[in-house]
Write a protein that binds this ligand. Structure first.
Ligand SMILES: C[S@@+](CC[C@H](N)C(=O)[O-])C[C@H]1O[C@@H](n2cnc3c(N)ncnc32)[C@H](O)[C@@H]1O
Length: 400
């Protein structure tokens, strides 16, 4: 990027303001990360991007480049505490004629800085540590780590060739020669192991066991776990000497874009015929699927499911919960005339989705409706589970 003296001064001032904002919000806490935020030019990593438009209705993203909005405005937006989208649907953007985009699925971005630094603080790094990052994206978070620990300590993996190419160029412009690997980060990168810290900025359905194998005993793995219905939250696992890793959820959010290799199949599954399955009444309606704690339990109890609502023949909404992988297991929820709910369940497997969910809700209720931060995760070579309270407590298998 060509840099006039006043451009550099403005950019430095914007970085300072961003650092002040992140500190005031309690996200930026340690001097090492503050110095990195003040030093790393985010604008080098987001020379062109899309930003979500604040309008009701369909989510729409608007292109932002120096040519479209002017250099000053582009620079201001590059330092906003906002997620800046740089790719949709795994396709490169036509920057010769960028148009507003809707009905698309963001697949790469520079994550909002408050979340980036919050995760970096949670990573608990110390000088001399080796870090593996999964999901380089624009390379901005990689650059912050290079600044804090030295580029030679950082291995970053990006699955998308074009995205990785842009990150490599931006990192190089900033003088950071970290190891940037193009490939599936779910396999880690054995050549750079052992790692003291592993951080993923894409969500995963389970923790890839390679990350545990490539960690130093006592090392930490920080990642968001998610399913196809929602995010479970951010977990920090400590790797033991016994090949296991264990830790608790730190927060219920954030929700990162899922690792591409674990994305949901395009098809939601087959809608069951009206006479399929067995019906009964249930006290639990579909509203629970989107509740804070109850939604978390839904994701745990029905790890392969997704849901949607459709009007039935008499106009009442039916909510379909479908698990296409699990023998086409289904639960269909319909309001009853008495103001309650009926559920019709079936599928080729023995799994009955709503029974599983109600059992999880019952355990949760008996425990006093604990928050997601009262849950933890154990990763072992043979299986992975989320438990309530302590590793011996009630548990749910992750779809490993
Ligand atoms: C939210 S963006 C990363 C943000 C980035 N750390 C930053 O601060 O700019 C998530 C990235 O993860 C990448 N990704 C998805 N699945 C991956 C995988 N299996 N291995 C490596 N990268 C992956 C996506 O292509 C995307 O660029």
């Amino acid at each position: 990027m060509t840099a006039a003296p006043d451009f550099d001064t403005t950019a430095a001032k914007l970085r300072q303001q961003l650092a002040d904002h992140l500190t005031a919000g309690g996200r930026l806490r340690s001097p090492g990360w503050r110095t990195a935020v003040e030093a790393v030019p985010r604008h080098e990593f987001v020379s062109r991007f899309y930003r979500e438009t604040d309008a009701p209705g369909l989510t729409t993203w608007t292109p932002v480049t120096p040519e479209l909005v002017g250099t000053e405005e582009w620079l201001r937006q590059a330092y906003a505490d906002d997620t800046l989208i740089t790719q949709f649907d795994g396709q490169e953007i036509d920057w010769d004629d960028p148009k507003p985009i809707s009905n698309a699925h963001p697949t790469s971005s520079s994550t909002l800085p408050s979340l980036v630094v919050r995760m970096l603080e949670e990573l608990q790094v110390h000088d001399g540590m080796n870090v593996m990052e999964i999901g380089t994206g624009t390379g901005y978070s990689t650059a912050l780590m290079c600044h804090r620990l030295g580029a030679a300590r950082i291995t970053s993996i990006e699955t998308d060739h074009d995205v990785a190419g842009r990150a490599r160029a931006a990192l190089s412009r900033c003088g950071f020669a970290s190891r940037l690997v193009v490939g599936d980060g779910l396999a880690g990168h054995a050549e750079g192991a052992p790692y003291d810290r592993t951080i993923a900025t894409c969500g995963v359905r389970h923790v890839p066991y390679a990350w545990v194998q490539q960690a130093r005993p006592g090392g930490l793995i920080l990642t968001t776990l998610r399913g196809w219905m929602r995010s479970l939250g951010l977990i920090r696992l400590t790797v033991g000497h016994d090949g296991r890793a264990e830790g608790r959820f730190l927060t219920e959010d954030p929700s990162f874009m899922i690792a591409r290799q674990q994305d949901a199949p395009d098809s939601l599954g087959t809608i069951p015929a009206p006479d399929e399955g067995t019906a009964r009444e249930t006290p639990h309606g579909p509203g629970l699927l989107t509740g804070s704690g109850s939604g978390f339990l839904a994701q745990l109890a029905m790890p392969g499911a997704r849901f949607f609502s459709l009007p039935g023949s008499n106009g009442t909404a039916h909510t379909y919960v479908l698990d296409s992988a699990n023998g086409g297991a289904f639960a269909v929820l319909t309001p009853t005339e008495g103001g309650g709910w009926s559920v019709r369940q079936g599928g080729r497997s023995r799994v009955r989705l709503w029974d599983e969910y109600e059992a999880a809700l019952a355990l949760w209720g008996e425990a006093g409706f604990p928050a997601p931060t009262d849950f933890g995760v154990t990763v072992a070579p043979e299986q992975q589970s989320v438990w309530l309270g302590s590793p011996g407590g009630p548990s749910w298998r992750l779809p490993a």
